[in-house]
Design a protein around this ligand. Structure first.
Ligand code: AMP
Ligand code: ZN
Length: 138
């Protein structure tokens, strides 16, 4: 889908700070960092949401999520990790291409995410990405 921002990232048509990639999914820094180390794992093939995934695609994305989650833990040593996704505009979804949020959590960040989130410059996103890639051995 050519007008989809995450398809464009998966195809390398727009820049992203990528941390992990395999045949089925790509993981990159969210441009809005709820907390430092906030990563999105997206299916490579366009699927609007969870409901659109077949079993193999769902399993493959879950594997990517688990791998990146371990690397975030190693790189940022958070006290917790929130893993979430949304389906539909009423659930707060804004990009309609299946993806999972991995958000490191720290003791003082509260129960709710604070908005607006930070939009760090590309160098900071790249720095975060490099730490996660190093933890993945990439
Ligand atoms: P949601 O659909 O609610 O899960 O949110 C989409 C997420 O994608 C938001 O957290 C945005 O900050 C993030 N996002 C949007 N455009 C980009 C982009 N070009 N690169 C990285 N993350 C993005
Ligand atoms: Zn797409």
């Amino acid at each position: 889908m050519t007008d989809c921002v995450f398809c464009k990232i998966a195809e390398g048509q727009i820049p992203a700070s990528t941390v992990y990639e395999d045949e089925d999914c790509v993981a990159f820094m969210d441009i809005g960092q709820v907390n430092p180390g906030h990563v999105l794992v997206a299916a490579k093939r366009h699927a609007q949401d969870l409901y659109a995934l077949d079993d193999a695609q769902a399993a493959a994305v879950a594997r990517g999520v688990a791998r990146v989650a371990r690397a975030i833990r190693a790189a940022f040593a958070p006290e917790g990790l929130s893993v979430y996704q949304a389906n539909g505009a009423a659930a707060g979804q804004t990009v309609f291409h299946y993806h999972v949020h991995l958000v490191p959590r720290f003791a003082n960040d509260g129960m709710r995410f604070t908005w607006p989130v930070q939009n760090p410059p590309r160098e900071v996103l790249e720095e975060h990405a490099a730490r996660i890639r190093a933890a993945l051995g990439l």
